[in-house]
Design a protein around this ligand. Structure first.
Ligand code: AMP
Ligand code: TRP
Length: 334
């Protein structure tokens, strides 16, 4: 076999709380699987989290928890670079350059900006607005080829490509144009209470999401309360039956069964039984991860050691890119 260079992957997740089942299915689960095929960098995006007001002590705790959860979910530090965004200052250095290469108009069109501004009208800060330029810096600084994210991030990714392209044509070929890597199944897991909106850890209703740390009792209870419809038939129909379809997606991810198989399996059986089956598969999928998580989280020195090693490895790559970009845009080198 010829020695071809492996493609590079970068992705990030914000430490704004405990990860949900949506984060796991849409992002983290795929991250672990991608390590076999790609050179991967995975990042806890703590700087992005600051675009919404955080309690400092909680942010610190959540950052270590996020790293521990990524390790528990199978990110292998001997194969991948796992780091915290703020530990690699080069990201913020490139961010400024990319801000100066982003347009007000395109940043204004980002749906996440519009959503979050509406949600936090008292704190529509500059960081929230330029958020996608920092995300572009995260990606472009490593020349990442592929960026595994959930559907909700595809607009930011498209913007990163546009910024890269614009920079390349203004200053000569510099950045690789990144592609999204969005898996079809589970790309968007919906809220259990309002299946027209995505499952989000910032939801005010705790029954809307499953946390990765929820106990079996809690998981079962939340699924039992999940909003469905009055038809009573387990079949997929995203428009008419978003709740049931969402549960089928979750069940499909953990059983490997497609929608038709699931429909056949639950023919003539009610939603009660179906919900219990979904809960059981989720409980058994999460059990080993939860065990690992508790073990890893208890070993602060181990986690911090991994993060220090990750920051050093990431910085080596990122610093080189920043030096190159600084030179290209005309910043004086002495
Ligand atoms: P966030 O929690 O917004 O930092 O998202 C972290 C990662 O999880 C991103 O790749 C998101 O696209 C993904 N993600 C978040 N919520 C969901 C969801 N409900 N379904 C699928 N993927 C999700
Ligand atoms: N914005 C992403 C989210 O909210 C997190 C993130 C930050 C990210 N930087 C990134 C994802 C770079 C992919 C690549 O989910």
């Amino acid at each position: 076999m010829s020695e071809t260079k492996r493609q590079r992957i970068l992705s990030g997740i914000q430490p704004t709380g405990t990860f949900t089942l949506g984060n796991y299915i849409g992002a983290v689960r795929n991250w672990a699987a991608l390590q076999d095929q790609f050179d991967c960098l995975y990042m806890v995006a703590d700087l992005h989290a600051l675009t919404v007001r955080q309690v400092p002590a909680e942010l610190r705790a959540h950052t270590r928890e996020a790293a521990s959860m990524l390790l528990a979910a199978g990110i292998d530090p001997s194969r991948s670079i796992l780091f915290v965004q703020s530990h690699v200052p080069a990201h913020t250095q490139l961010n400024w350059i990319l801000c100066c290469n982003s347009q007000f108009g395109e940043l204004s069109r980002m749906t996440q900006f519009k959503d979050k501004s509406a949600k936090h009208p008292d704190n529509v800060n500059g960081g929230l607005f330029t958020y996608p330029a920092l995300m572009a810096a995260d990606i472009l600084i490593y020349n990442a080829d592929l960026v595994p994210v959930g559907q909700d991030q595809s607009q930011h990714l498209e913007l990163a490509r546009n910024i890269a392209q614009r920079f390349n044509s203004a200053y000569s070929e510099t950045f690789v144009l990144p592609n999204g890597y969005i898996t079809k199944e589970g790309a968007k897991i919906m809220s259990l209470q309002d299946p027209l909106h995505k499952m989000s850890k910032s939801d005010t209703n705790v029954n809307a999401y499953i946390l990765m740390t929820d106990t079996p009792d809690v998981i079962l209870r939340k699924f039992k309360r999940a909003v469905t419809d009055s038809e009573g038939i387990v079949r997929a129909d995203p428009a008419e039956k978003p709740g049931v379809t969402n549960l089928m997606s979750i069940y499909s991810v953990f059983t490997g069964k497609d929608f038709e198989e699931i429909q056949r399996e639950f023919e003539g059986r009610g939603y009660g039984e179906f919900k219990e089956a979904v809960a059981e598969t989720v409980i058994s999928a999460l059990a080993p991860i939860q065990g690992e998580y508790n073990r890893i989280l208890a070993d602060k020195a181990y986690v911090d050691g991994i993060l220090a090693q990750g920051a050093a490895a990431a910085s080596r790559l990122a610093d080189r890119m920043v030096a190159k970009v600084y030179k290209k845009v005309g910043l004086l080198q002495i």
